[in-house]
Design a protein around this ligand. Structure first.
Ligand code: HPA
Length: 272
């Protein structure tokens, strides 16, 4: 695995030659951010050695290196989910590569179900903590000493300074942004009423199927992380609800302009 990570990193280095300031994962709600970047190099996942391939037909992923708000960014358009059948090492492989590229900061977005009763569909939530309930842990097994320690401090999973910048950006633009705890389950089913109740009971504000494995690996490597979630539906034991993929996509599209503005604020104003 280590050799593969090194080979992939070397391949990308030989093309981009520079160290990006941020890696950005274009999850649901951030897809159109790629239209705002000044692209310098665009690589199809299929041309990058050892890179995982997306399972969605017609949506081959792309790695986009370019400038956003004057900063160098490496964007992942197309991410890998555990529910697709990838093992967890495949899900986090790109993030191992990002460390060898020298990237220190990671930004991720996702779509999630809201369990905090104050949340409405198409709201945004700045992630300030998480609970990992995905059954396979990305750091289980022999520790990769070159990347980080065996036992990883997780006292600040999401960078406080970036959260503050995001909060200020939202406030200045008149965007309502909640803050809260994201709980990651493996999916691919959406939650039952009782499961939504459990998420709330354990301290979650929103629930989804991504982000947390990537953040764990990033923290192992000493990276700083920022995560933002779009509330695409709300559920709970005492409310009538249904969830469909179409509704999730529609709500993500509705909130996308706000998410993009907040992320651009973080990219512009966070200097590590
Ligand atoms: N659970 C519930 N609702 C959602 C999710 C999820 O994982 N993702 C997007 N909306």
């Amino acid at each position: 695995m280590l050799e593969k990570i090194k080979e992939t990193a070397q391949f990308i280095k030989n093309i981009i030659h520079e160290t990006p300031d941020f890696a950005i994962v274009l999850g649901s709600g951030l897809g159109k951010l790629k239209d705002e970047v000044e692209p310098i190099h665009v690589l199809d996942y299929s041309e990058i050695p050892n890179f995982p391939q997306t399972t969605v037909v017609g949506h081959g992923g792309k790695l986009i290196f370019g400038l956003l708000e004057g900063k160098k960014v490496l964007m992942m358009s197309g991410r890998f989910h555990y529910y697709e059948g990838h093992d967890i090492q495949t899900v986090v492989f790109p993030f191992r590569v990002f460390h060898l590229l020298g990237i220190k900061n990671l930004i991720l977005s996702n779509a999630s179900g809201g369990v905090n009763p104050d949340f409405n569909v198409a709201d945004v939530m700045i992630i300030n903590d998480h609970i990992n309930m995905i059954p396979e842990h990305p750091l289980r097994g022999k520790n990769l000493e070159e990347f980080g320690p065996r036992f990883v401090d997780m006292s600040e999973p999401y960078n406080r300074q970036m959260i503050k910048i995001a909060r200020n950006t939202a406030e200045n633009l008149g965007i309502t942004a909640h803050e809260g705890c994201y709980v990651a389950l493996q999916g691919p089913t959406f939650e039952t009423p009782a499961e939504y109740g459990m998420i709330r009971a354990i301290g979650g504000d929103a629930v989804g199927m991504s982000t947390v494995p990537e953040v764990i690996v990033a923290k192992h490597q000493g990276m700083e992380c920022f995560g933002i979630s779009i509330i695409t539906d709300v559920g709970g034991p005492d409310i009538a609800f249904t969830v469909s993929h179409e509704e999730v996509l529609a709500a993500a599209d509705k909130a996308m302009p706000n998410v993009i503005k907040i992320v651009k604020g973080v990219v512009k104003n966070y200097n590590s």
